[in-house]
Design a protein around this ligand. Structure first.
Ligand SMILES: Cc1cc2nc3c(=O)[nH]c(=O)nc-3n(C[C@H](O)[C@H](O)[C@H](O)COP(=O)(O)O)c2cc1C
Length: 337
């Protein structure tokens, strides 16, 4: 029996380590090397709402102009045999990945608006995606928009996606919701099969010499995994949908901790970009070593054993922890003599 076998979004995975959405899925060789190193599943780079809408609008504008004054307008539309729009390019890459890999491939849709772009999810399902990830990277910048309206935007997107596809999908969420367990319950009610906790927000930086904005991804560090750790510990036992953790996973230690609090799967990106596919094998070997020391025989034995619902001092995930951290501060020797 494979001790690392697990399930995520109803999919059978050989292990819980997933390559999260990143440019690595753009390159077939990179994807194969991730599979050879033992990755449990692969999430594709996102297909963006903006790309889908822009191309649709361009095509409609072009068609309307071409149609002006021509009764048989369709016949005048130029044929561009080699041209592929964003959706077609994405679908082709998905098909290539599905042909090359045995592990599940999860396609990623990224957008925020309630317009009809999500119907394109059907093309991804038809192309063989095993599941989908919906990344709603929404910044609530308007003072006129309330938290309730922001949540409704997400719920509408989830309901729309549910109405278009039959394959399971997860929603990649921001950590910035005021009442996450309640919101998660509503997302579950709209038909999402899982959650990815959390989306990493890339804040722009400022260059103080040129007085301009700097757009550069800041890579995560292991401490970032505590955010997902905390919320998954609280959510496990309050929801039955799949929970994937992401952000700050660099080694077997983060993977083990996130499984202990209740993650079904754990996503990794930055460590793979920085260290290559070998990091997958290292993390999995580290997990197996840790399991043997602690006499865990399966992932299901580990999963959730330190979730809030299962530990003897559940307050440790809530205000008790907060007070202990503040009370426990001690000055470094010699600093505040
Ligand atoms: C270069 C780069 C590209 C990314 N592209 C996507 C993307 O297309 N869609 C998406 O949902 N997340 C994307 N992400 C975010 C990652 O999937 C992940 O959420 C984030 O990197 C945190 O995980 P980590 O700490 O393991 O890096 C990208 C991250 C990086 C660094």
């Amino acid at each position: 029996m494979n001790p690392l076998a697990t399930q995520y979004l109803g999919l059978q995975l050989a292990n819980p380590l997933i390559a999260g959405a990143s440019p690595l899925s753009r390159n077939l060789d990179h994807a194969r090397r991730l599979e050879d190193a033992g990755i449990g599943a692969l999430v594709m780079h996102s297909l963006f709402e903006e790309e889908l809408i822009e191309e649709e609008e361009t095509w409609l504008r072009f068609r309307d102009q071409a149609a002006l004054g021509h009764a048989e307008a369709d016949g005048f539309l130029p044929d561009h045999p080699g041209y592929r729009n964003a959706l077609e390019r994405y679908v082709e890459q998905l098909q290539r990945l599905k042909t090359a890999l045995a592990v599940p491939v999860i396609a990623s849709l990224n957008g925020v608006s309630r317009s009809g772009w999500l119907h394109h999810a059907q093309a991804l399902e038809a192309a063989g995606a095993d599941a989908l990830e919906l990344n709603v990277y929404y910044l609530a910048a308007s003072p006129a928009e309330s938290g309730t309206e922001v949540e409704q935007r997400y719920l509408d997107l989830v309901a729309a996606l549910k109405s278009h596809v039959r394959i399971p999908f997860a929603v990649k969420l921001s950590p910035q919701f005021s009442a996450l367990p309640h919101f998660v319950r509503r997302i579950e009610g709209e038909g999402a099969g899982g959650l990815v906790l959390f989306n990493r927000f890339y804040q722009p930086d400022i260059d103080i010499d040129t007085l301009s904005l700097v757009h550069r991804p800041t890579l995560s560090h292991p401490g970032d995994a505590l955010l997902a750790l905390h919320w998954i510990a609280m959510l496990r036992g309050r929801t039955t949908i799949s929970l994937a953790a992401g952000g700050g996973v660099k080694s077997a230690a983060e993977l083990a901790k996130l499984l202990l609090v209740g993650a079904d799967a754990v996503q990794v990106v930055g460590a793979l970009l920085a260290h290559g596919p070998e990091r997958v094998a290292e993390i999995l070997a580290g997990l197996l070593g840790w399991m043997s020391v602690h006499e865990f025989e399966s992932i299901s034995q580990i999963r959730g054993s330190l979730s809030e619902a299962r530990i003897s001092d559940p307050g440790g995930y809530e205000r008790v922890h907060y007070r202990e951290v503040l009370d426990g501060w001690r000055s470094a020797r010699g600093v505040w003599r």
